[in-house]
Write a protein that binds this ligand. Structure first.
Ligand code: SAH
Length: 257
């Protein structure tokens, strides 16, 4: 990659970061759904260690922290998100047990068998579902749990427009039974799966972006990359509205074998 391409790429990433930093959550979800997923996990106490991988600014981490007394380590690639994460923990006065660190999910700075629970909402696609489950397993204690949410197909077949969109965005998207098989093949007992309700998108994910998009476009007026990015975001929202019976996010909860 030439230096010029590299700097354009970095610039785009900065824009994307600026956009998502203005939102409480960077992926589809809700406090109710985080709490529901947590209800399947029965080994936690104040001595527990939890990792939240691809934590973003920590919207879901702070919900977790309010509902479980253990220590939580958040990891995200972007310092902007980690700064917000640590500020959010400070606001709740839980910074002694909830800390964010910059790091990559491809190369986690953890010890073997360090954690009772690995959490990851809307982020494992960055490494790939099966690869993430397989690589992260070593960091779980015996009988530890993993809980991840992931884009999934609801049906065996779907219209070409949405199929093409996802094959381009994330070819790892698959049906729920196939994802469960991947979880089992990666060394976990599949404990639970459930589909995130539509309001995770139609109330919690897309509406806060409408205002954020206006502010972002005003701040980056005339910037083609920024305009293109927002056009893509709006296209994605329209696709969800049109094709939501064919795909969505699903929580997958497993226990280390
Ligand atoms: N869990 C949060 C954020 C989901 S968005 C929520 O549900 O709101 C996906 C997150 O993964 C982003 O914060 C992004 O910065 C992070 N990410 C992307 N690639 C990563 C990597 N290689 N290692 C760690 N985090 C990564």
């Amino acid at each position: 990659m030439s230096d010029e391409t590299q700097s354009i790429h970095d610039f785009d990433l900065e824009l994307i970061c600026e956009y998502y930093a203005a939102l409480e959550r960077q992926g589809p979800g809700s406090p109710e759904i985080t709490i529901k997923a947590l209800s399947f996990i029965d080994n936690l106490n104040d001595k527990s260690f939890i990792a939240d991988i691809g934590c973003g600014s920590g919207g879901q981490t702070m919900v977790l922290a309010r509902h479980t007394p253990g220590n939580i380590t958040g990891i995200d690639l972007f310092p902007t998100f980690i700064d917000l994460f640590n500020r959010n923990a400070q606001k709740l006065s839980i910074q002694n047990r909830v800390q964010g660190h910059v790091g990559s999910m491809n190369n986690l700075p953890f010890q073997k068998e360090e954690f009772d629970l690995i959490w990851s909402e809307g982020a494992i696609y960055n490494i790939g579902f099966e690869e993430g489950l397989t690589k992260w397993r070593q960091f779980l204690k015996k009988d530890g749990y993993i809980a991840v949410s992931e884009a999934s197909w609801f049906t065996n077949e779907r219209p070409a427009e949405i199929d093409t969109f996802w094959m381009d965005a994330y070819p790892g998207i698959d049906t729920i039974p196939n994802k469960v098989t991947q979880m089992q093949n990666s060394g976990y007992i599949p404990i639970a799966t459930f589909v995130l309700p539509e309001n995770c998108w139609t109330e919690h994910f897309y509406p806060p972006q409408v205002k954020a998009q206006k502010v972002f476009l005003e701040r980056n007026r005339g910037n083609k990359a920024a305009e293109g990015f927002i056009a893509n975001q709006r296209h994605e929202t329209q696709l969800y509205d049109k094709y939501k019976q064919y795909y969505g996010y699903v929580f997958y909860i497993g226990k280390k074998l």
